[in-house]
Structure formats: C-alpha cells, structure tokens
Ligand binder design. Structure first.
Ligand code: NAD
Ligand code: ISE
Length: 338
C-alpha cells in the first residue's frame, strides 16, 4: 500500500521532508500540501505532483490523504494534530508537539480517549545510529547503572531571530527527549547556569548556557548549549555508569594528513549530522502507517514531557533557581516509564 501524505507547512523542513518522502522513502506519496504562504505551497506541491489545499483542516479532511505531516510553526501544531486525531488519521508532528503543556495535554487526552496511538513527534535523534548503539549498551547493563551524563549541543552560528529562550525550547529539547529515552528515566528538575557570553553573538542572546537536569532515579545531566561556537555543528553525549562509560561517536569522516597536520572534518549543520536519522525516522513511520501498526517513535506523551521540561528550563534560567518539572502522572496507555 502507498501511504498518501498531506503536508501542512511547506517551509524549510516541510520541503526537506516532502523531498525525503518522495525520493528516499519507499511506499509514500505526497498528495496534498498547504501553507499560509500560497506561493510556497504551490512551488513545493508542483515539484512532486501534489495538489494545493487552502488550509490544514482541508488537508486533514482530504480523501486522498491517509496520513498527515505537520511542519508549520510550533504554535499552530496543536490545532492540526487535534484535527487529525478527530479524523482518525495518523499524524507526524515536527517538534514541538505544542508550545504549551495545556495544548499537549489536550492532544494526550484526545488520543487516550480514542484508545489508539496516532501521533508521532519528530524527535529524530532516537533514530540516529550512534544514539541507538548507546541505548543498547546502557540497556545491556555493560556500564552498570548510569550516574552522570555530559552533553554538548553546539551550532556554528544562529540567525538574529534566535532568542535566549530558544536554547531550551528549540535546541536543548532534543537532548531532553533523547535522554529520557536513553536512560528510560524522567527529568524532574532543571537549572541553568550562565557563563560569560561569547562576543560572537547577537547582543540580545545569552550564549552559551549550561543546563543541569536531575532525573527521578537521581542521574545528573549537564548540557552545554552553545549556538555560536563558530567551528561547526557538534553534538556530544557521554553517559558515565557504575562500571564504565559510553560515548556518542563522532560522525565518520576521513582523516587528512597534509602540511604537517592530521585533520578530520567537523560538520557545519544539523541537516547533515542527522540526515540518516531523519531518513530512518520516516521509513519507520511510513512502515507503521502502511501496516496499520501503532507508531514506534516518540509519542504524544513524550511531546508533552519535552514541552514541560523545556518550559521549566526557560523558567529556571529566568529565576536563577532549580525548577521542578511538575508533570501529570503518565497514563498507562503510553506504557513504560519515559
Ligand atoms: P519555516 O518557517 O521555514 O516553515 C514553516 C512554514 O509553515 C512556513 O512556510 C509558514 O508559512 C508555514 N505555516 C505556518 N503556520 C501555518 C499554518 N497554520 N498552516 C499552514 N502553514 C503554516 O520553519 P521550519 O524551520 O521549517 O520549522 C518548522 C517546524 O519544524 C518547527 O516546529 C520547528 O521547530 C521544526 N524543526 C524541527 C527540526 C528538527 O531537527 N527535528 C529542525 C528544524 C525545524
Ligand atoms: C533547530 O531548530 C533544530 O531542531 C536542530 O536540530 C538543533 O540542533 C538546533 O539547535 C535548533 O535550532
């Protein structure tokens, strides 16, 4: 069966996923596209022979749409996801699931009431080969019980529109999701420590930031978010356990020896760093939709947790204190602990 996908939001990542669904993933076809920028929708749709629809509601309702992809701006996600649940259609929503805990809970409640998982959230790091290997090692018990995790999330530069809250809401939210999954544990508090800011930033931005998280089992996580590091896009993660440690591998790159130096390339953006993860994420999602299986990726509950924790991180930076994440009890419907 070919899964016919309707896309809401044909901006940067929407177009990237339309290309992916068309060229890389088998068993999928983009049949409908909408964007509040009509010309953008037209251009994206024309490339893949899809039709343009007036708005998200029309995409969800369309007869030739089996599943919905939401890649519009974060504050609009909840409305489209709730429409898809009401129509009983699987929906892949780019992060964040919604920008407020209240909207995330509405989605969780709608899906729980339906009694069938339809929502997957676009936290693609769970599909990265390195993170998957780390999880296997942790789950196998080879390094013993995890105690401490050291992480870094570095972007070479960010545009002027990137503001201080985005370090938590846009960037750290990826670590928040992947660490809950890696450790099978919940983050219960957040704190932010600010070193001196780099001179190579826009004046309004606090950069870098050091975020400190504690989990329910007492694991401590430190995360440096540094989005003007200049030298490249660099994601680091090291989990220290009672009997050893496991570290995320750097992306494979040839070693070059020349002029008395040995060097390897550092990637410059997240698109290249996670391209394989995005491809795997969409392959697995389309397979689940095609077979009528529940999605195996990050759930609406994971989307809720990530929003609560990233919002708590913003609050912690503003207050300078330690902020408890104050999450509702996890519904049995979503299974597991994290
Ligand atoms: P973008 O601004 O390039 O594109 C968003 C598009 O959505 C725009 O074309 C805009 O006109 C359209 N839009 C906004 N509201 C709409 C609505 N209600 N209906 C239809 N169209 C609407 O932004 P982007 O960089 O493509 O980001 C989109 C989403 O993807 C964001 O939520 C962002 O956080 C997420 N994202 C995820 C990753 C990742 O690593 N997983 C990376 C980048 C962006
Ligand atoms: C961006 O929005 C992303 O989602 C990237 O994955 C992340 O690395 C970057 O820091 C964000 O700004």
């Amino acid at each position: 069966m070919t899964v016919r996908v309707g896309v809401i939001g044909a901006g940067w990542i929407g177009q990237e996923h339309i290309r992916r669904l068309t060229e890389t993933v088998t068993g999928a076809q983009v049949t409908a596209v909408t964007d509040i920028d009509a010309a953008r929708a037209q251009e994206a749709a024309a490339k893949v022979g899809a039709r343009v629809l007036p708005d998200g509601a029309a995409v969800v309702a369309a007869d030739d749409v089996d599943a919905v992809l939401v890649t519009s701006w974060g504050p609009t996600h909840a409305e489209h996801v709730l429409n898809a649940i009401a129509a009983g259609k699987p929906v892949f929503c780019e992060k964040p699931l919604a920008t407020t805990a209240e909207d995330c809970l509405k989605i969780v409640e709608a899906e729980t009431a339906l009694g069938r998982r339809l929502v997957q959230v676009g936290f693609m790091r769970r599909y990265d080969a390195g993170y998957r290997q780390m999880k296997q090692v942790i789950d196998s018990g080879r390094i013993g019980e995890p105690l401490v995790v050291h992480c870094a999330h570095r972007n070479a530069t960010v545009p002027e529109s990137y503001h201080t809250d985005m370090a938590a809401l846009d960037s750290a939210v990826h670590e928040i999701d992947v660490l809950r999954w890696l450790l099978d544990d919940e983050i219960v508090s957040a704190q932010v420590v600010l070193p001196r800011s780099t001179s190579k930033r826009f004046e309004h931005l606090k950069d870098p930031q050091i975020m400190l998280f504690e989990t329910a089992k007492g694991v401590r996580i430190d995360l440096e978010v540094f989005v003007n590091c200049q030298y490249g896009y660099d994601i680091q993660c090291e989990t220290v356990g009672e009997e050893g440690l496991v570290r995320l591998p750097d992306p494979a790159a040839v070693g070059v020896r020349t002029a008395g130096q040995h060097s390897t390339e550092v990637l410059t953006d997240w698109v290249g760093r996670f391209v394989d993860a995005f491809d795997t994420e969409f392959r697995e999602w389309i397979t689940a939709v095609a077979t009528g299986a529940a999605p195996t990726g990050p759930s609406a509950w994971d989307g809720y947790a990530a929003t609560v924790i990233s919002n708590a991180t913003v609050e912690a930076r503003k207050s300078g204190g330690i902020v408890a994440t104050d999450m509702k009890p996890r519904p049995a419907f979503y299974g597991g602990t994290a």
